[in-house]
Design a protein around this ligand. Structure first.
Ligand SMILES: C[S@@+](CC[C@H](N)C(=O)[O-])C[C@H]1O[C@@H](n2cnc3c(N)ncnc32)[C@H](O)[C@@H]1O
Length: 253
């Protein structure tokens, strides 16, 4: 999986939207004072940090299968219990947490049914998630994949390859895990770029599926993809901002 490349490229890629998304996700999760939350697929720890800010670092826990991300999350929240594990096999007792959250993760799980069932098992009250709207209004990735499709109709567009990234699929996944009162809603956030290079530079570094695809191309095709992205973003000469929509789901145990 292309999340072992490193935390710096991740921070400049989708990680750029992470703080705003984490804040909106934590608001929508309905946290209560004294809650003990688990962040499943915590990555470098942006949601974990938001949870720690609201509830205290020693109350929060996270898991992720990527060693560099787990190390970064431990650095971000030193008092948190952060472990290397996949969602499909959570190393915690049944009902160990009040709220179990996962941000931008269910679409990467090897077995999302098993992963969400595990999230429900360790949750006493609420299970939440949010996933980018890859096929629609996640502008940064949509521009990249539309440019890629322009040059290669077989490009592995995440708008098609990703599962569980619309309200219907998320709702079905949550209900299959036995969760009730399942609700979905959009979360829209924004991020700024200093210039087009600031947008482009994480892709050739190979981070995430979009970066892995970009890094796999020979230099001439990479350059053509860069030009096509530049045009799709309106040929920006200076700073610009992009909005990104995620779909949020919440269910009660
Ligand atoms: C797009 S990143 C999101 C990271 C973080 N939640 C955030 O909001 O920045 C996807 C994360 O899912 C993790 N992941 C992939 N497969 C997983 C699995 N089966 N169980 C748990 N996490 C997984 C990756 O290691 C990566 O950290």
């Amino acid at each position: 999986m292309s999340f072992t490349v490193g935390t710096d490229a991740y921070a400049r890629h989708v990680g750029r939207y992470g703080a705003a998304l984490s804040s909106a996700h934590a608001d929508a999760a309905g946290l209560r004072p004294g809650d003990r939350p688990l962040d499943v697929g915590c990555g470098p720890g942006v949601l974990l940090l938001e949870l720690a800010r609201r509830l205290g670092g020693d109350c929060v826990a996270g898991i992720d299968p990527s060693q560099p991300f787990v190390e970064a999350a431990r650095t971000a929240v030193p008092m948190a219990d952060v472990r290397i594990a996949p969602a499909e096999h959570l190393p915690f007792d049944t009902d160990a947490f009040d709220v179990v959250l996962s941000q931008l993760v269910v679409n990467f799980m090897t077995d999302a049914d098993a992963g969400v069932a595990e999230m429900a098992r360790v949750a006493r009250r609420t299970v939440t998630s949010c996933v980018w709207d890859y096929a629609g209004e996640m502008t940064m990735l949509r521009a990249f994949w539309d440019a890629a499709l322009e040059l290669d109709p077989n490009a592995p567009d995440e708008g098609h390859t990703m599962r569980h990234c619309n309200p219907q699929e998320l709702s079905t996944l949550w209900k299959k895990a036995g969760l009730r009162d399942v609700e979905t809603q959009p979360i829209v956030v924004e991020a700024s770029y200093e210039d087009f290079d600031d947008y482009w530079s994480p892709f050739p570094a190979g981070i995430a599926p979009s970066g892995a695809y970009c890094a796999s191309l020979p230099p001439t095709q990479q350059a053509a993809l860069r030009d096509a992205c530049f045009r799709r973003l309106g040929s920006p000469r200076g700073p610009f901002s992009l909005s990104a929509r995620a779909w949020f789901v919440r269910g009660i145990r």
